[in-house]
Design a protein around this ligand. Structure first.
Ligand code: SAM
Length: 272
């Protein structure tokens, strides 16, 4: 996969791209990430990237020219082809007003050959970028950041770890929190018990490692007895409990098995 990031703060990315799985994906040649400095696409001596908004109002707005000029030589397919899905590329504008970035969107993006992330700043970006250049606007959550750089780093990390080969144990990315339920079926019972995750569609279940007794805080007995079926049931129950407690909204879209439904009914009864 190729990823391009358009920003007025290129130095911001030297940290996030140089660690962990993103670094590994780059070193393994699974991903090539290029950061483009929008100031290099300005034509005045002050390298101006922003201007006052038409109609008045607070703050400054990122000008369209540097963004259009930076994107033009990147050799992307036409916007119509990208939108029709005939080109496996997407130009994404980071925006608090965008659609919510989720694990499902990360999985969609991981299937593409190329993503371009445009980072806004100030009061935002001239709307013509959203209307005529970007294919979609994505938000990483219902809060306002000062710029799109952190959001771009979040998206890069979430997408890179889904590239085949980027994570050592691929079963782990198939079963993490929010992962579509059907993927769980691809994992055998033993894998589900052995792998580090296994809560498809729900939040992940709790994880423990050595020591089994840490300052009097002990690991649940069930995880030490080697009974895979019992471990699987226990993990599923904990995942259901945690989802009910922290993200009950997820339960509305998850397809629950009969066993899940019974466990959930019991958990709800016990909570009363
Ligand atoms: N005036 C805008 C609004 O009220 O929606 C906020 C602009 S914000 C201060 C500047 C830039 O930060 C945005 O153009 C966008 O690129 C980025 N940004 C802020 N919050 C974001 C979020 N939740 N997700 C993605 N990008 C965000």
């Amino acid at each position: 996969m190729k990823a391009d990031i358009l920003t007025i703060f290129p130095g911001f990315f030297s940290g996030p791209l140089d660690h962990g799985i993103t670094r590994r994906a780059r070193e393994m040649g699974l991903a090539k990430i290029e950061v483009h400095d929008l100031r290099q696409f300005t034509h005045d001596k002050h390298r101006t990237v922003d201007d006052r908004p038409f109609g008045g109002g607070e703050g400054m707005v990122l000008k369209p020219e540097p963004i259009f000029d930076c994107l033009q030589p990147l050799g992307l397919a036409l916007r119509e082809q990208r939108l029709a899905g005939t080109a496996k590329e997407s130009v994404i504008l980071l925006s608090a007003q965008g659609q919510r970035f989720t694990q499902q969107v990360a999985a969609e993006l991981a299937l593409l050959d190329r993503i371009v992330l445009v980072c806004g700043r100030y009061e935002g970006v001239d709307e013509r970028v959203a209307d005529f250049l970007a294919d979609r606007e994505l938000s990483i959550g219902d809060y306002v950041l000062s710029g799109g750089e952190l959001a771009a780093a979040v998206i890069i990390e979430a997408v890179m770890r889904l590239l085949p080969g980027a994570v050592g144990n691929e079963a782990s990315t198939r079963q993490e929190s929010f992962t579509a339920r059907e993927k769980v079926g691809e994992v055998t019972e033993n894998e589900a018990a052995d792998s580090t995750c296994g809560s498809g569609g729900l939040l992940d279940y709790p994880h423990y490692t050595r020591p089994a007794d840490f300052r009097g805080m002990t690991v649940p007995e069930v995880l030490l007895n080697g009974d895979h079926q019992e471990i699987r049931l226990w993990r599923r129950q904990r995942a259901l409990e945690k989802t009910l407690r922290n993200r009950p909204d997820l339960l509305e879209s998850v397809e629950l098995s009969d066993e899940d439904a019974k466990v959930l009914a019991r958990i709800k009864r016990d909570r009363k």
